[in-house]
Structures are given as structure tokens and as C-alpha cells.
Design a protein around this ligand. Structure first.
Ligand code: PMP
Length: 330
């Protein structure tokens, strides 16, 4: 029988898909690494698996243990899946800008979720960094993976995402583009691709306007999962040749185009990364092969990016779109 023994075995080996429509008029090949094919629906399954496996080896978590982590949802899903398999309890701490659907998914996997305000400074006692620290210290047998400092985060990409992309493109990749959140994806994947290509592959980070990676002060932006107000240890800026700043509006409009034109229903950080990739493509050579990583699917954003009213409230859609009547669709 062709069966998989565990959902965990399905982490990684995601497909590389050519973008055909949003690339119209651009000569280089643009390929999307579609991470929603992971069993938890995002790129974060990769880091969850490696962080837990290594923690077990290092004796940091064992039977009866609890995983405590500040996460915008995707890392939580990955950790929840790995934890459920091994019988660990999960407590996740999320900022309040995260969509309700994402929180419901975490709870569905049996995790407990604590929501914290986005507007307070990182060192404020109610910030999601502080709350998760406090919980990790007080819950007996708790272990905090800390995706912002854990070197197994970039390492998982160095060992899986990077080699997959190199093999899938048969070494023809010339540019790698990814959003920067913890920086794990770009650091691990970019480092591997640079090493294996002898420094030939260019690595380009995509960052929300206002975030520190592209020179901002940490001013709030709406794209979820990317951008920071502090510099995490998991991001090695020497791996990035360039960081492109993209506005919320451009990120969300591209996210909607990806759904309509490429039938890729993906999250806002995917629109951000593709927008950056297309800017790179506009100045690249026809024989160049640009790979852009799409971290997650779009179902968690239906009430926001894919909701016309929400988009109009923020001024991202110019014309108010009304629900079509039966006469309109005839
Ligand atoms: N997009 C989404 C939706 C994410 O959840 C994350 C992870 N925070 C990223 C992009 C960025 O990935 P990384 O943390 O590896 O930089």
C-alpha cells in the first residue's frame, strides 16, 4: 500500500510552480516555492519539526512537557502537529493583529492561545515576547523553542528548503526572494544557495515598509508574519544582497492578483514577496531564474485581504465594490 505512517513525513518537498500571469511582460523565469503544501499549511512546519527534534536530543523537553511560544499562528500550527504526535501540551502567545481564523486553527489542534496587544513596546510586560517568557518560566516542564533565537530555525532551511530549490532548478537558480520575519527562511535557504553556487545566487529580502530590515523604525504595518521592530538572532543580514521595502497596499493587491490570475490562494506575505520578486525580475536578464518563496495559504486572511470592505476601509481599494445582484451576473 502507498501510505504515509505519519503526517510529519509530509513536511517539506513542496512544489516549485512557474508564475505565468503576474509576470507578463517580464523576461526572466519566476518560480514560486509553494509552502502551503506542507501538512500544517505553511513553511513553519519545517522549523517546528527540527526545533522539537533537536530539543528532545538536547534533553530540553520530554514526556509531560509543555511547548510555550510567541507565534503569529503558522509556527504554532507546525509545533501543535509535532507536539500532538509526541503528547506535549502547547501554549501559544499571539499578537492581536492576527486573524481570528488563525487563532481558531491553533485551538482546533488542542493548543491554548493567549492574545496580547500589538501596540505595546517589546519590553512591556504585556507584550507577546514578555508574556511568553513569563509563561515559559512558570509552567513546570515548559520549553520555549523561541523561533527568534533558535538556530535550528535557519538550520532547518539550510538542510531542507535550500537543497530542495537547488535540486528542483537543477542549479539554474540565479535569485532567491523571501520575506523576512524571524529571518530564518532567508538566512538558512540563502546561505545554502550561496554556498552551493559559489556565491552566484543573489539573495533578496522582502520587507514591509516601516520594518527595521529595510531601514524603518518598526512603525506598524498590516502584513502578517514579516517585518520586525527588533533584530532577531535568527537573521544574518550578511546573507542578503538587498532588501526591498513593499507597502501594505502593494502587498495586498498582489496577493489578490495571485488568487485571481494564478489561482494561488495565499497569504499577504506571499504578495509582498512576489511584488519584490517582480521588481527584481524587471531589471534581471531573460535567462535568469528567480525563485520566490510563498510562506502560507490564503484561508486565514479571507476576512481581511480578500474582503473588499476591509481593503476599502484602509484605502487599499479605490472603488467601493458592491455585492452583484442576479441581474449583474446574467
Ligand atoms: N510569512 C508568514 C505568513 C510567516 O508566518 C512568516 C514567519 N514569521 C514569514 C512569512 C517569515 O519567515 P521567517 O520567519 O522565516 O523570516
Amino acid at each position: 500500500m502507498r501510505v504515509h505512517e505519519s503526517l510529519i513525513d509530509l513536511v517539506g518537498d513542496t512544489p516549485l510552480l512557474r508564475l505565468n500571469k503576474v509576470t507578463e511582460g517580464l523576461a526572466p523565469t519566476v518560480l514560486a516555492k509553494v509552502e502551503y503544501f506542507n501538512p500544517g499549511g505553511s513553511v513553519k512546519d519545517r522549523i517546528a519539526l527540527r526545533m522539537v527534534e533537536q530539543a528532545e536530543k538536547d534533553g530540553l523537553i520530554g514526556p509531560g512537557g509543555t511547548i510555550v511560544e510567541p507565534t503569529s499562528g503558522n509556527t504554532g500550527v507546525g509545533l501543535a502537529i509535532v507536539a500532538a504526535q509526541r503528547g506535549y501540551r502547547c501554549v501559544f502567545v499571539c499578537p492581536d493583529k492576527v486573524g481570528a481564523d488563525k487563532l481558531a486553527v491553533l485551538r482546533a489542534y488542542g493548543a491554548e492561545v493567549v492574545v496580547c496587544p500589538t501596540t505595546v513596546a517589546p519590553d512591556h510586560p504585556e507584550s507577546y515576547y514578555s508574556v511568553s517568557d513569563r509563561l515559559a518560566q512558570t509552567i513546570p516542564g515548559a520549553w520555549k523553542p523561541n523561533q527568534y533565537t533558535n538556530q535550528n530555525n535557519p538550520e532547518s532551511h539550510y538542510r531542507s528548503t535550500g537543497p530542495e530549490i537547488w535540486e528542483q532548478t537543477e542549479g539554474r537558480i540565479t535569485h532567491f526572494v523571501a520575506g523576512i520575519g524571524t529571518g530564518g527562511t532567508i538566512t538558512g535557504t540563502g546561505r545554502y544557495l550561496k554556498e552551493v553556487s559559489g556565491g552566484r545566487v543573489k539573495v533578496i529580502g522582502a520587507d514591509p515598509e516601516g520594518s527595521v530590515y529595510s531601514g524603518g523604525s518598526g512603525r506598524p504595518y498590516l502584513v502578517e508574519g514579516v517585518g520586525e521592530d527588533i533584530w532577531p538572532e535568527t537573521y544574518d543580514q550578511s546573507v542578503c544582497d538587498e532588501v526591498v521595502a513593499v507597502s501594505d497596499k502593494d502587498s495586498f493587491l498582489m496577493t489578490r492578483r495571485l488568487a485571481k490570475e494564478e489561482t494561488l490562494l495565499v497569504g499577504g506575505s506571499c504578495g509582498l514577496a512576489v511584488e519584490a520578486a517582480l521588481r527584481v525580475a524587471a531589471t534581471a536578464s531573460p535567462e535568469d531564474v528567480i525563485v520566490v518563496l510563498l510562506p502560507d495559504g490564503g484561508r486565514g486572511y479571507l476576512g481581511k485581504i480578500f474582503n473588499d470592505e476591509w481593503m476599502a476601509d484602509y484605502g487599499f481599494l479605490s472603488a467601493e465594490t458592491e455585492e452583484p445582484t442576479a441581474a449583474d451576473v446574467l
